[in-house]
Write a protein that binds this ligand. Sequence first.
Ligand code: SF4
Length: 348
Amino acid sequence: MNPRRPSKPIKIGSVTVGGDAPIAVQSMTNTDTRNVKATVDQIKELEELDCELVRVAVPDAEAARAIIAIKKGISIPLIADIHFDYRLALAALEAGCDGLRLNPGNIGEADRVKAVVLAAKERSVPIRIGVNAGSLPGKADPELSVAQRMVAAAMEQVRLLESLDFDLIKVSLKAFDVPTTIEAFIDIAPRIPYPLHIGVTEAGTLKRGIVRSTVGIGTLLYMGIGDTIRVSLTAHPREEVIAGYEILKSLNLRQHGPVLVSCPSCGRADIDIVKLAEDVEERLSKMDKPIKVAVMGCEVNGPGEARDADVGIACGKGRGILFRKGEKLRVVEEKDYFEALMAEVEGL
Ligand code: SF4
């Protein structure tokens, strides 16, 4: 695994992104931003899951104004997502957003971007230059690949912001196509000193979206690229936060609550290991301890295969073995598998 690419840290509200700061997990609400209660309720739910940054869509002036009330009800920094109308960016800044996301493909002329940058600078609010493959500015140059065009669009905006003496910058380059996304980030990574927000856009519904996002985000993180991640899913944003942490945990980049090791089950298993693993996962999801818990389908291979688990159960026919770091603790009756394992987990 490559060391993390050095970047210039920025502060979005209370959260540092880039530098040596932990790779931040973010999500975006799917409520109507003008509905303050629904938006605050959803953000509170994301906060419970340790979402660290949240973005809200700002489609009109009313949504921009709603940021004032939303901010009062939440604890994590809020980023305003702006498309098309630079005046909404100004209104969102006025309303107290902690970060801005601008799409260079549709925000318009340099003068408009300049007005936003000056207002953001006054308030020390960072701007993400969020390039999307689906909305690139200008005419397509047949000489350039989509990834190269995405990088060119981002670099033009970066230079514009730098020319205004603004460096609270974060950049993202997202496409639905995973290789395009990866190529674009690899291309831009050595060219700029700013933190990178990585993700695969319009990735899809829960299962397929997680796979696409994990391939894209995971590949980049393994290469040392990425300072904050969003797993874009056509699902409740809580799933994005859960998936985000799972990706970071699987690369040992963050610790976040327990890790469940469960075997895929095979002909040696005598019980419904899927059900037991799901029950254990559900209970573990409410815990903060950074422990490794194993649910294994047989006594023959289970304890050995999950040797590094802090605690685990290897389920045999009618009776199973509770083990710790591969060492047998005691024999447990089948009806007690779940409770015995959880009691051991609680005691750690
Ligand atoms: S632990 Fe046992 S049941 Fe599970 S996959 Fe391995 S051999 Fe099969």
